[in-house]
Design a protein around this ligand. Structure first.
Ligand SMILES: Nc1ncnc2c1ncn2[C@@H]1O[C@H](COP(=O)(O)OP(=O)(O)OP(=O)(O)O)[C@@H](O)[C@H]1O
Length: 913
């Protein structure tokens, strides 16, 4: 059945006929299609024979393979020692060597397990974690030194301080402090009040920490008194929450004592006042919508309808339906996945057929595999005589790069495909060495990639055939825009481009700069939607109670959400301060933000992943893409400025069919995002009230720990200063010992100054604020225009032809100018001619001969320098092994060939003359 269906579909691509990428498929040589077909047949395990193929495997777009050496599936298998159907007929030793080093062995009995149950759940629980830091950690700059330097870490300082506090506590009898703090800042450390420590150094809240304690005053009164939370009074009136927020979901009994109140927030925000305001804008926005829709229809290729599901759809959606090669199926199976997720079902076939894609699917829906699986499948059939980097995956953060790299390695485990991770914080030298070997794929952050483009000899993006931009809406933001432009220009236009994000934009204006070829738009969910498995809660923070937030957070994390919690802060300093406070309270927290070294960042993630730390205190650095199995709760200590960031932050939990909770502290300034969240939510949004008495108790605690926390931070600061001095001394020593070598190193170049970068960042924020409808402070774009090479972004062949033409033109200009000058010189001098040597006043009409002369001089020097350009370029590409020449075979060789083109055109010109 499978065979007949696939035959039937062979001439009927699953995608629109008019698609722009068909050219790619047309150029696919015979060998590649045959190889794909062979792969399709041989890779199909027996168990898949009943599966109905949903796309035509023969139309798989192959990596450029105009070389004769296209690998057949057998050869690929043979190269890593896997059994092919005909073991004896496998690759020879020589072929094996040529095909690359042996990877893991594929079991000859391997068949893809289709009945693995709901692996999403198993995986989500921790079956196949995406994270493997070994490769990244090995590449961290000066990793070994890092350990020494960090010997006296913040953890040690906190631990010491806790011991000190414990000792002091033993010496000083406990003194009760009043429930209400008047001047908490002035409290002495010794005045621990009713907050005591147990033998293990944990704080004990004597006054009713026990949740069963019913001997409490009325919660509402308490809340009034503390002002931290509680009754939902006037402040929120204008968002019309009041009445409904009073609704109790829990029974009275449950709400007695110190338990938080959790009530349903109303959906009123969707109607009423706002709608009235909107009405006036309705007509205009309708018109805009029509225009936009028309533009979109012209820009995007029609989206193929999802296949109609049979009654038993679960059995039809399997990885074997994609006709993937066996090494990939085996790797997918090893990772514990049995069925593709909906976004994988829809995007993998299109991606295999080399379509440009613009994909939006909810957080945690499996987008990483959605782009990696087809890439690896296609790379299996790449030409291999000359190594080349054909795939580039751009990610916005280093950690996301590490994660994506780790998944790519796992998926490529049974293949000879190589990957390089080029993100900041890891050793540039290690990366440079890797890039020299031309890995098949590079996973990079934009900044580090450009660094290599400018400073790693011979590294170019000329050979990129597939470009993936993960979290594409983020990378399309202004902060990255200059870098993105630079990268796009450096890659060939013929590449396949795939954009992925949970909040993907389909605004044409944003997408045009990526020079997409009729991309297919796959929006599996609304870009504003969050999974229904996520429970959203809001904790209100009144304007004058902002300073109670640390106490509220401690209350939440000590009483309600005690483990597998990620807390997002707006600033690095706040995250760090909280880390100290958590530590002093005996709560085990890791931190993740930009003030840490890369090693510390990775270690933080590791300790949180391994459940050594119950809390991860971080900035938005961790808001996108990070996939840490088992996160139960996300707390927005500071509400993000944009709803998109809110979606991404909340998306760290309730991933891969798991459920989760997102709790947000909402202050006066956060209403815009709150409204959007409420509007977009299909489920009820909860309002959590932490009893005022509880908040007060934690306020006492925070006040008491303020001084010790400050001491820890002071100690840390001193430690850093000492470290800084040590590093300076080391630098000076190095300079003294290796001065010549250090000074002899080529200076690094960068396409933006630090000020430009900062300005770009600011502009990004401004634009974002404007998009959010918030007040915009105009930042003038005073950046100097970025100087880019005239030929950036062109293929090597086109570059050479254009350069040759330019040289010809200059040469012609030179010749005609010199001919004219000679002609002029041969004319008899006019009577009134002023001698050339005499100076003329400058200004209009005053330039005379002197100006012409200088123009000539400029021209000729320009010719000279231009001529040097291509030579230099070809020299560097030769030095790099000419890896890319295989990708543009028709474009010819190196400098020698270029010279020929020049002389050919010149001689033609001369003939014409
Ligand atoms: N086919 C599958 N079956 C089971 N689990 C899967 C499958 N594909 C991916 N997963 C799991 O789903 C989780 C989320 O995947 P991934 O990180 O790719 O999501 P995402 O859509 O990129 O999320 P985000 O938008 O947050 O970046 C991962 O833990 C992964 O192991």
């Amino acid at each position: 059945m499978a065979a007949s269906k696939s035959k039937g579909g062979a001439n009927k691509p699953a995608t629109p006929k008019s698609h722009g990428k068909q050219a790619v498929q047309k150029t696919t040589p015979k060998g590649a299609a045959a190889a794909a077909a062979a792969a399709a047949t041989k890779a199909t395990p027996k168990s898949a024979s009943k599966a109905t193929p949903k796309f035509d495997p023969l139309s798989i777009g192959t990596i450029e393979d105009d070389e004769d050496e296209t690998q057949t599936y057998d050869k690929v298998l043979a190269s890593f020692g896997a059994d092919s159907d005909d073991e004896e007929g496998g690759a020879t030793e020589k072929e094996k060597k040529k095909l690359g080093k042996k990877k893991e062995h594929v079991d000859s009995e391997f068949t893809f397990e289709l009945s693995g149950g709901d692996l999403l759940t198993e995986v989500g629980v921790g079956g196949a974690s995406y994270w493997d830091f070994r490769a990244a950690k090995a590449a961290v700059k000066g990793a070994s030194e890092g350990y020494d330097v960090e010997a006296n870490s913040i953890e040690d300082m906190i631990a010491r301080k806790r011991l000190q506090l414990k000792d002091r506590k033993k010496e000083t009898p406990s003194v009760k402090v009043a429930a209400k703090i008047v001047e908490p800042v002035e409290e002495e450390v010794e005045d621990m009040g009713d907050v005591e420590m147990d033998a293990n150094g944990n704080f004990i809240f004597k006054d009713g920490d026990d949740e069963d304690d019913a001997d409490e005053e009325d919660d509402e009164d308490e809340n009034e008194e503390s002002g931290a939370e509680g009754d939902v009074s006037q402040d929120f009136e204008d968002v019309e929450l009041d009445q409904d927020l009073q609704m109790e979901v829990d029974s009275e009994d449950e709400l007695s004592g110190e338990e938080d109140q959790v009530t349903i927030a109303p959906k009123k925000l969707q109607q009423g006042q706002e709608d009235d305001e909107d009405e006036s804008e309705d007509e205009t926005s309708k018109m805009e919508d029509i225009v936009n829709e028309k533009r979109k229809a012209a820009f995007f290729a029609p989206t193929p309808e999802p296949e109609a599901k049979s009654a038993d759809s679960s059995s039809t959606d399997t990885f074997t339906n994609f006709r993937l090669s066996r090494p990939i199926l085996k790797a997918i199976s090893d990772m514990g996945y049995s069925k593709p997720t909906p976004i994988q079902v829809r995007s993998i076939p299109l991606s295999l057929q080399a379509h440009d894609l613009c994909v939006s699917a909810q957080t945690g829906s499996g987008k990483t595999l959605a782009f990696l699986i087809p890439i690896i499948e296609r790379l299996l059939f790449r030409p291999k005589t000359i190594p080349a980097t054909r795939v580039l995956i751009l990610v916005p953060t280093r950690e996301l790069g590490v994660q994506c790299h780790s998944v790519a390695l796992k998926l490529s485990k049974y293949t000879d495909i190589s990957w390089s991770l080029c993100v900041g914080g890891l050793s540039s030298k290690v990366q440079e060495a890797e890039l020299k070997k031309r890995p098949d794929g590079v996973i990079a952050t934009p900044g580090r990639l450009i660094d290599h483009l400018h400073n790693s000899q011979g590294f170019t993006l000329d050979g990129i055939e597939i470009l993936v931009i993960d979290e594409a809406d983020r990378i399309l933001e202004d902060g990255f825009s200059d870098e993105l432009d630079e990268i796009i220009k450096a890659t060939p236009k013929s590449r396949q481009t795939m954009l992925f994000s949970a909040t993907m934009t389909d605004k044409i204006d944003d997408l045009t700069k990526l020079s997409l070829a009729r991309p297919v738009r796959l929006f599996v969910n609304k870009a504003t939607s969050l999974t229904s498995r996520l429970t959203q809660e809001f904790v209100r923070v009144r304007a004058h109670k902002e300073e109670s937030k640390p106490a509220m957070l401690l209350a939440l994390c000590s009483r309600t959400y005690k483990e597998e919690v990620v807390v997002f802060f707006r600033s690095k300093a706040a995250a760090h301060y909280m880390k100290v406070l958590f530590g002093l309270c005996g709560l085990n927290a890791a931190e993740l933000h930009g003030n840490l070294t890369q090693l510390q960042r990775l270690e933080s993630l590791e300790s949180f992943r391994d459940k050594k730390a119950s809390f991860l205190l971080c900035t938005d650095l961790a808001s996108r893409g990070l996939d840490i199995p088992g996160i139960k709760t996300v707390i927005n200590y500071d509400m993000p400025k944009s709803y998109a960031t809110y979606i991404h932050r909340c998306g760290r939990t309730a991933r891969a069919n798991q459920s989760g909770v997102a709790v947000s502290f909402v202050g006066e300034a956060d209403r815009a995002v709150l409204k959007m969240a409420m509007k977009a939510s299909t489920d009820e949004v909860q309002h959590r009230v932490i009893p005022g008495k509880v908040v007060t108790r934690f306020e006492v605690k925070v006040a008491e720990l303020k001084h010790p926390a400050a001491e820890v931070l002071q100690e840390e600061k001193k430690e850093k200063e000492i470290r800084g001095l040590e590093m300076k001394v080391k630098k000076m020593e190095n300079m003294a010992n290796f001065e010549d070598e250090i000074k002899g190193r080529p200076k690094k170049s960068w396409f933006q100054t630090a000020a430009d970068k900062e300005k770009a960042k600011l502009l990004g924020t401004e634009k974002h604020m404007a998009d959010m409808g918030l007040k915009r402070k105009i930042v003038e774009d005073t950046r100097a225009p970025i100087k880019r090479g005239k030929f950036d972004g062109l293929s090597r062949h086109k570059k050479r032809v254009k350069m040759a033409r330019e040289d010809d033109k200059k040469e012609l200009a030179l010749q005609s100018i010199s001919a004219r000058t000679a002609k002029k010189a041969s004319r008899p001098a006019r009577l009134a001619t002023i001698p050339e040597s005499s100076s003329k006043p400058s200004g209009p009409g005053g330039a005379g001969g002197a100006k012409k002369k200088s123009a000539f001089a400029v021209e000729s020097s320009g010719v000279r320098s231009k001529k040097r350009g291509p030579k230099d370029a070809s020299t560097s590409s030769n030095a790099s092994g000419g890896a890319n020449s295989s990708l543009a075979p028709k474009s010819g060789g190196g400098a020698g060939k270029k010279k020929k083109i020049v002389s050919k055109t010149l001689s033609k010109h001369k003939r014409r003359k």
